[in-house]
Structures are given as C-alpha cells and as structure tokens.
Design a protein around this ligand. Structure first.
Ligand SMILES: Nc1nc2c(c(=O)[nH]1)N=C([C@H](O)[C@@H](O)CO)CN2
Length: 115
C-alpha cells in the first residue's frame, strides 16, 4: 500500500458536548493518512494518484458545515468521507482538540477504517 498523509490540518467546526461549546466553531487539528494501491508506474502524473489538496478541500469544506458532539463522531465522519473517494483503500484519522483541558496540551481520538 502507498500512503498519502496530511499532518496538522486545521479545521473549523462546531464540536463539543457542553452548551458553551455549541455557541461557536472550534479549531481542530487533523492528521489524515490515506492508503491507496501501490503503483510503481505513476508516470509523474497527478492523474495517477490521489491529490492531497483534494483531500484537504473535501474535509475542510464538509466539516465546516457540520456539527458534532464527540471527536469520535468527527473522526468517523471524516474517515467515511475519505473512504468514499475513488482509489482509497484505508484511512487513519487523528482528531486533536488543542488546549481544551487545563494542564494538557491536547486531547483527541484516532481511528483506522478500511474499505
Ligand atoms: N472521548 C471523548 N471525551 C470527551 C469528548 C469527546 O469528544 N470524546 N468531549 C468532551 C467535551 O466536549 C470537551 O471538549 C470539553 O471538556 C469531553 N470528553
């Protein structure tokens, strides 16, 4: 399997279980790893791979219009969105909510899903 990754992708969405979190969007940081079939003959052509820019647009455009309670739901939703793309065999999504708990740099969830 060949891997495309996007690390530290900032995404704005409405997320959280508490009322004060439902008032305005928060910034989440996503790490996304996309597995696709190995191909030793991509011929230096973007058409023979999956564009990481397309994945970034897909995820950002979608999440900014959604609302979630749990980071687990954000991760699952994002994973299914990416898995639905042509050529994607596996996806790992790590969702980080920075600075939400006192004394802890970041909390989050990571999941892996396969087609
Ligand atoms: N496993 C989880 N635990 C918690 C979540 C979550 O999404 N997954 N969320 C919260 C609150 O929304 C948090 O961001 C504020 O304390 C708490 N625990």
């Amino acid at each position: 399997m060949d891997i495309i990754f996007l690390n530290g992708m900032g995404v704005e969405t409405l997320v959280g279980v508490f009322e004060w979190e439902r008032q305005k969007k928060q910034k989440l940081m996503l790490d996304v790893t996309v597995g696709m079939a190995s191909n030793e003959n991509r011929q230096d052509d973007l058409g023979n791979t999956i564009s990481y820019a397309d994945i970034a647009h897909l995820v950002r455009d979608d999440l900014q219009g959604q609302q979630f309670q749990l980071l687990e739901t954000v991760a699952e939703h994002t994973a299914q969105l990416i898995l639905a793309q042509t050529g994607v065999l596996e996806v790992t999504v790590k969702v980080v909510k920075p600075g939400i708990l006192s004394g802890i740099k970041e909390v989050g969830i990571q999941i892996t899903r396969q087609k």
